[in-house]
Design a binder for this molecule. Structure first.
Ligand SMILES: N[C@@H](CCC(=O)N[C@@H](CS)C(=O)NCC(=O)O)C(=O)O
Length: 215
């Protein structure tokens, strides 16, 4: 099977290792599937042919011989369906994996981005430091709930699944923040996810792309 994912040819150092194609790369590494890269350089995001593949001009987008799709959550769910190791083993497990992929992206990630993006994209603006405690409180509520779910669990859904790939890449955005460090169970969960050889393979692959295409 020929699989292609889109990725940026290069991003500034602060984003290296965190660009969301790492989710697709990680799932593909867990599945033992090779892939080609469709690399985007300056301006390529806005080209009509790329917008026809990824309507928002973002990465990642994915295609194989059967399907073409975008959105990292949808992509890892599709990759799971191609892999004996990652495929859901029951309807209930499939439903739970989907629910947790969506929860990570829809209930947790917005609160994480609330906290970290203003400081990156609006550095030095007065409102950022005023907003920060509110963003921390909103994220703290979600992390407390997540910690409640993780009690007695190593993984979100009984065993490692693509839901953990999405949740770990979301939590990684606040790995060094006290709001996450306040939950040793979530720190341990994140460490457990990031210790997987497939994560390291994905991270190294993304960083290698940037090294090869450095301006
Ligand atoms: N919801 C999308 C978000 C993708 C996303 O935010 N990609 C970023 C890179 S991490 C991007 O392409 N940013 C450029 C832009 O938004 O123009 C997904 O999960 O696939």
């Amino acid at each position: 099977m020929t699989i292609t994912i889109s990725a940026f040819a290069w991003v500034p150092p602060f984003a290296q290792g965190y660009v969301k194609d790492i989710r697709a790369r990680w799932a593909l590494a867990e599945a033992g599937l090779d892939y080609n890269l469709h690399l985007l350089s300056d301006g390529a995001q806005d080209q009509p042919d790329y917008r026809a593949w990824q309507p928002f001009g973002q990465v990642p987008a994915y295609r194989d011989e059967t399907v073409e799709l975008f959105e990292s959550g949808a992509i890892v769910l599709h990759i799971a369906s191609l892999s004996d190791a990652l495929a859901p083993r029951s309807k209930q497990e499939a439903a739970q994996i989907q629910a947790w992929v969506i929860a990570a992206l829809n209930s947790v990630e917005p609160k994480v981005e609330n906290l970290i993006l203003p400081a990156i994209f609006h550095a030095g603006e007065a409102w950022v430091s005023e907003f920060r405690p509110h963003a921390e409180n909103l994220l703290a509520l979600r992390l407390k709930s997540l910690s409640g779910w993780m009690k007695g669990r190593d993984w979100l859904v009984g065993r490692f699944t693509v839901a953990d790939i999405i949740m770990a890449t979301v939590l990684r955005g606040v790995q060094a923040e006290p709001v996450l460090q306040d939950h040793p169970d979530l720190v341990a969960y994140l460490d457990r996810c990031l210790a997987r050889p497939a994560f390291k393979k994905a991270l190294d692959a993304q960083l290698d792309t940037f090294t090869k295409n450095a301006p």
